[in-house]
Design a binder for this molecule. Sequence first.
Ligand code: AMP
Length: 249
Amino acid sequence: MKLLVAVKRVIDYNVKIRVKADKTGVETANVKMSMNPFDEIAVEEAIRLKEAGAAKEIVAVSMGPQGCQETIRTALAMGADRGIHVLTDIALEPLAVAKLLKAIIAKEQPGLVILGKQAIDDDCNQTGQMLAALMNWPQATFASKLKLTAETAEVTREVDGGLETIAIKLPAVVTTDLRLNEPRYASLPNIMKAKKKTIDQTTPEALDVNVQPRLTTLQVTEPVKRQGGKKLGSVEELVDKLMHEAQVI
Ligand code: AMP
């Protein structure tokens, strides 16, 4: 079985995000970019499935500017077999990504597509669901455990108050949750080997997908600054402040 894994290039989760002065978005110039953490988990899961003999080939797909090649290389260094880069400088919305993935699925015919449950830059949590709808395939979102047979995927999902285990028919879409696995670091020999692996490049036009944005961002602002805390000397002082300053009692 072939596995398709979607890997998005996002601002590294350690970077302190700065909003642009004109409030149209966030600063990305000279900012460290990395693979979306949930997508690292998706790549790791695909590699484990291959190592366990449940899959034969892993194809990592990324969509966006030229820098996405680096993100695909990271997936290849972790253990993916080859990459596909859909080159575009247009900011892609989840529906556009889902449509591009659908076009790639038509060519690649994977048995399973694994995505992150959400990208940490737009926090949309939409692409996997939209892709399943466009394909008319079953979906299992927020996977914390995944078992494959030739025809089904058994997926444990984190739901409110516990775990739910469902079985879905393949081909299907699975999105990863945080506790599915701990992604490996790419070793130096594997980073070197990854340089020789193929990355095919295509474009939305070549895939015949219109990716023009449909949403308008009105404004991006920083979170309200938190006020500093203060240590009080006694319970009486606390009660007094709660009554007269905060007026909560
Ligand atoms: P979102 O719906 O934007 O929160 O993204 C959910 C998942 O869709 C991500 O974790 C990725 O697996 C995939 N995805 C979204 N955008 C892209 C992109 N530009 N390139 C590759 N994968 C993407």
